[in-house]
Design a protein. Structure first.
Ligand code: AKG
Length: 232
Protein backbone atom coordinates (compact mmCIF):
# COMPACT_ATOMS: atom_id res chain seq x y z
CA UNK A 1 0.00 0.00 0.00
CA UNK A 2 1.48 3.40 -0.97
CA UNK A 3 0.05 6.70 0.26
CA UNK A 4 1.13 10.29 -0.22
CA UNK A 5 2.14 12.29 2.84
CA UNK A 6 -0.83 14.61 2.26
CA UNK A 7 -3.27 11.68 2.49
CA UNK A 8 -2.36 10.55 5.98
CA UNK A 9 -2.30 12.35 9.32
CA UNK A 10 -0.06 11.04 12.11
CA UNK A 11 -3.16 9.87 13.99
CA UNK A 12 -4.45 7.97 10.97
CA UNK A 13 -1.03 6.44 10.53
CA UNK A 14 -1.12 5.13 14.11
CA UNK A 15 -4.68 3.79 13.84
CA UNK A 16 -4.50 2.29 10.37
CA UNK A 17 -0.94 1.04 10.15
CA UNK A 18 1.18 1.26 13.27
CA UNK A 19 -1.23 -0.28 15.77
CA UNK A 20 -2.46 -3.13 13.54
CA UNK A 21 1.17 -3.56 12.38
CA UNK A 22 0.48 -3.22 8.68
CA UNK A 23 3.38 -2.15 6.44
CA UNK A 24 2.86 1.02 4.44
CA UNK A 25 4.90 3.06 2.00
CA UNK A 26 4.39 6.82 2.39
CA UNK A 27 5.62 8.84 -0.55
CA UNK A 28 6.79 12.45 -0.58
CA UNK A 29 8.25 12.51 2.93
CA UNK A 30 11.79 13.19 1.83
CA UNK A 31 11.09 15.58 -1.03
CA UNK A 32 12.49 18.54 0.88
CA UNK A 33 15.45 16.82 2.45
CA UNK A 34 18.83 18.23 1.46
CA UNK A 35 19.96 14.59 1.37
CA UNK A 36 17.86 14.09 -1.76
CA UNK A 37 20.10 16.55 -3.59
CA UNK A 38 23.36 16.19 -1.70
CA UNK A 39 23.80 12.46 -1.30
CA UNK A 40 24.79 11.61 -4.84
CA UNK A 41 27.86 9.38 -5.26
CA UNK A 42 29.85 12.32 -6.65
CA UNK A 43 28.95 14.70 -3.87
CA UNK A 44 29.37 12.11 -1.13
CA UNK A 45 32.81 11.25 -2.46
CA UNK A 46 33.70 14.93 -2.49
CA UNK A 47 32.53 15.70 1.05
CA UNK A 48 32.97 12.40 2.89
CA UNK A 49 35.34 10.48 0.58
CA UNK A 50 38.15 10.15 3.10
CA UNK A 51 35.83 9.30 5.97
CA UNK A 52 35.51 5.63 6.85
CA UNK A 53 32.18 3.88 7.03
CA UNK A 54 31.34 0.40 8.12
CA UNK A 55 30.55 -2.03 5.32
CA UNK A 56 29.58 -5.63 5.64
CA UNK A 57 28.57 -8.42 3.36
CA UNK A 58 24.82 -8.73 3.42
CA UNK A 59 25.12 -11.64 5.77
CA UNK A 60 28.10 -13.81 6.62
CA UNK A 61 27.71 -17.03 4.69
CA UNK A 62 27.07 -20.33 6.39
CA UNK A 63 30.29 -21.62 7.82
CA UNK A 64 31.92 -18.18 7.88
CA UNK A 65 32.04 -16.96 11.43
CA UNK A 66 30.38 -13.58 12.02
CA UNK A 67 33.52 -12.17 13.59
CA UNK A 68 35.53 -12.84 10.44
CA UNK A 69 33.13 -11.04 8.16
CA UNK A 70 34.12 -7.73 6.63
CA UNK A 71 32.84 -5.08 9.00
CA UNK A 72 34.56 -6.58 12.03
CA UNK A 73 37.97 -8.09 12.60
CA UNK A 74 38.92 -11.34 14.33
CA UNK A 75 38.39 -9.67 17.70
CA UNK A 76 35.03 -8.23 16.78
CA UNK A 77 36.31 -4.66 16.32
CA UNK A 78 34.78 -2.64 13.52
CA UNK A 79 36.61 -2.59 10.19
CA UNK A 80 35.86 0.53 8.21
CA UNK A 81 36.38 1.48 4.59
CA UNK A 82 36.95 4.91 3.06
CA UNK A 83 33.78 6.04 1.35
CA UNK A 84 35.51 6.94 -1.92
CA UNK A 85 36.90 3.39 -2.10
CA UNK A 86 33.53 1.90 -1.35
CA UNK A 87 31.84 4.04 -4.01
CA UNK A 88 34.43 2.95 -6.53
CA UNK A 89 33.81 -0.68 -5.59
CA UNK A 90 30.04 -0.24 -5.89
CA UNK A 91 30.32 1.40 -9.31
CA UNK A 92 32.70 -1.20 -10.75
CA UNK A 93 30.70 -3.64 -12.84
CA UNK A 94 33.14 -6.47 -12.17
CA UNK A 95 32.71 -6.11 -8.41
CA UNK A 96 29.61 -4.74 -6.79
CA UNK A 97 27.15 -6.08 -9.28
CA UNK A 98 28.72 -9.54 -9.44
CA UNK A 99 30.18 -10.57 -6.11
CA UNK A 100 28.64 -13.55 -4.35
CA UNK A 101 28.02 -11.40 -1.35
CA UNK A 102 28.24 -7.73 -2.35
CA UNK A 103 29.47 -5.33 0.29
CA UNK A 104 26.87 -3.05 1.79
CA UNK A 105 27.50 0.02 3.94
CA UNK A 106 25.46 -0.52 7.07
CA UNK A 107 26.68 2.08 9.51
CA UNK A 108 24.88 2.72 12.76
CA UNK A 109 27.25 5.39 14.04
CA UNK A 110 27.49 7.76 11.08
CA UNK A 111 25.43 10.42 12.86
CA UNK A 112 27.64 10.40 15.95
CA UNK A 113 31.11 10.25 14.46
CA UNK A 114 33.20 13.26 13.75
CA UNK A 115 33.64 13.37 10.01
CA UNK A 116 30.12 12.22 9.13
CA UNK A 117 27.92 13.73 11.85
CA UNK A 118 27.15 16.62 9.46
CA UNK A 119 24.88 14.20 7.57
CA UNK A 120 22.36 14.60 10.39
CA UNK A 121 21.55 18.04 9.04
CA UNK A 122 20.50 16.60 5.69
CA UNK A 123 17.36 14.78 6.81
CA UNK A 124 14.67 15.03 9.44
CA UNK A 125 12.58 12.47 11.25
CA UNK A 126 9.17 12.45 9.52
CA UNK A 127 6.15 13.55 11.56
CA UNK A 128 4.88 9.97 11.89
CA UNK A 129 7.94 8.71 13.74
CA UNK A 130 8.81 11.39 16.25
CA UNK A 131 7.87 9.39 19.32
CA UNK A 132 11.11 7.97 20.66
CA UNK A 133 10.23 4.51 21.95
CA UNK A 134 13.82 3.72 22.89
CA UNK A 135 13.49 6.42 25.52
CA UNK A 136 11.61 3.87 27.57
CA UNK A 137 14.50 1.43 27.81
CA UNK A 138 16.99 3.96 29.15
CA UNK A 139 20.22 5.20 27.59
CA UNK A 140 22.22 2.16 28.66
CA UNK A 141 20.07 -0.27 26.67
CA UNK A 142 19.41 1.99 23.69
CA UNK A 143 20.57 0.05 20.62
CA UNK A 144 21.92 1.82 17.52
CA UNK A 145 18.87 3.48 16.01
CA UNK A 146 19.90 5.42 12.90
CA UNK A 147 21.67 3.84 10.02
CA UNK A 148 23.21 4.85 6.76
CA UNK A 149 22.74 2.08 4.25
CA UNK A 150 24.00 1.92 0.67
CA UNK A 151 25.24 -0.60 -1.80
CA UNK A 152 25.39 -1.86 -5.35
CA UNK A 153 22.86 -4.04 -7.12
CA UNK A 154 22.11 -7.30 -5.27
CA UNK A 155 23.49 -6.08 -1.96
CA UNK A 156 21.22 -5.87 1.04
CA UNK A 157 20.58 -6.82 4.63
CA UNK A 158 20.15 -10.43 5.53
CA UNK A 159 16.96 -11.70 7.14
CA UNK A 160 16.83 -10.34 10.64
CA UNK A 161 14.65 -9.22 13.52
CA UNK A 162 15.23 -5.64 14.66
CA UNK A 163 16.67 -4.76 18.10
CA UNK A 164 14.16 -5.15 20.91
CA UNK A 165 11.65 -6.35 18.31
CA UNK A 166 11.01 -2.79 17.16
CA UNK A 167 10.31 -1.70 13.60
CA UNK A 168 12.27 0.90 11.69
CA UNK A 169 11.18 3.49 9.19
CA UNK A 170 13.27 3.54 6.04
CA UNK A 171 13.71 6.13 3.34
CA UNK A 172 15.11 5.38 -0.08
CA UNK A 173 16.91 8.27 -1.75
CA UNK A 174 18.12 6.53 -4.88
CA UNK A 175 17.75 3.18 -6.59
CA UNK A 176 15.33 0.40 -5.78
CA UNK A 177 14.99 -1.84 -2.77
CA UNK A 178 13.09 -5.06 -2.56
CA UNK A 179 11.75 -6.24 0.76
CA UNK A 180 10.63 -9.54 2.22
CA UNK A 181 8.41 -8.79 5.20
CA UNK A 182 7.31 -11.43 7.65
CA UNK A 183 4.14 -10.83 9.67
CA UNK A 184 4.10 -10.83 13.49
CA UNK A 185 3.89 -14.38 14.78
CA UNK A 186 6.13 -15.91 12.10
CA UNK A 187 8.05 -18.79 13.71
CA UNK A 188 11.60 -17.72 14.43
CA UNK A 189 12.96 -20.67 12.45
CA UNK A 190 11.58 -19.08 9.26
CA UNK A 191 12.99 -15.62 9.85
CA UNK A 192 16.34 -16.77 11.18
CA UNK A 193 16.85 -20.13 9.48
CA UNK A 194 19.74 -22.22 10.68
CA UNK A 195 19.50 -25.17 8.33
CA UNK A 196 22.59 -26.09 6.37
CA UNK A 197 22.49 -24.59 2.91
CA UNK A 198 20.00 -21.86 3.75
CA UNK A 199 21.61 -18.47 3.63
CA UNK A 200 20.00 -15.48 5.21
CA UNK A 201 21.57 -12.90 2.99
CA UNK A 202 19.40 -10.88 0.67
CA UNK A 203 20.87 -12.00 -2.64
CA UNK A 204 20.40 -15.65 -1.70
CA UNK A 205 16.94 -15.17 -0.29
CA UNK A 206 15.67 -13.51 -3.42
CA UNK A 207 17.55 -15.57 -5.98
CA UNK A 208 17.08 -19.00 -4.46
CA UNK A 209 13.67 -18.43 -2.92
CA UNK A 210 14.43 -20.33 0.23
CA UNK A 211 10.90 -21.42 0.74
CA UNK A 212 11.71 -24.60 2.65
CA UNK A 213 10.62 -28.08 1.61
CA UNK A 214 6.95 -27.20 1.38
CA UNK A 215 7.33 -23.50 0.75
CA UNK A 216 6.29 -22.76 4.31
CA UNK A 217 8.88 -20.06 4.84
CA UNK A 218 7.78 -18.35 1.67
CA UNK A 219 4.17 -18.47 2.72
CA UNK A 220 5.06 -16.61 5.89
CA UNK A 221 6.80 -13.86 3.97
CA UNK A 222 4.29 -11.10 3.41
CA UNK A 223 4.72 -11.28 -0.31
CA UNK A 224 2.52 -14.35 -0.41
CA UNK A 225 -0.37 -12.02 0.48
CA UNK A 226 0.69 -8.92 -1.40
CA UNK A 227 2.90 -8.32 -4.39
CA UNK A 228 6.52 -8.31 -3.28
CA UNK A 229 7.06 -4.84 -1.82
CA UNK A 230 9.51 -2.74 -3.75
CA UNK A 231 10.69 0.71 -2.74
CA UNK A 232 11.71 3.18 -5.43
O1 AKG B 1 17.67 -1.27 4.39
C1 AKG B 1 18.07 -2.36 4.75
O2 AKG B 1 18.87 -3.01 4.11
C2 AKG B 1 17.55 -2.95 6.01
C3 AKG B 1 17.13 -1.98 6.98
C4 AKG B 1 16.87 -2.66 8.26
O3 AKG B 1 17.69 -3.41 8.72
C5 AKG B 1 15.63 -2.48 8.95
O4 AKG B 1 14.83 -1.64 8.57
O5 AKG B 1 15.42 -3.20 9.90
Amino acid sequence: MALGVCDLTPQQFVERYERPRIPVVITGLADEWPAGREWTPERLAQVYGSHKFKPRPAWPRQGLAVRRAVGSDDDGYAVRLRLDWFLRYAAAGHHGGRDDSPLYVFDGTFADREGSSGMRRDYEVPIYFREDLFNHVGERRRPPYRWLVMGPARSGSGLHIDPLATSAWNTLLAGHKRWALFPPGTPRCHVLPREQGIEREAVSWFSKRHGGAHGERERWAARSEEPEPQQG
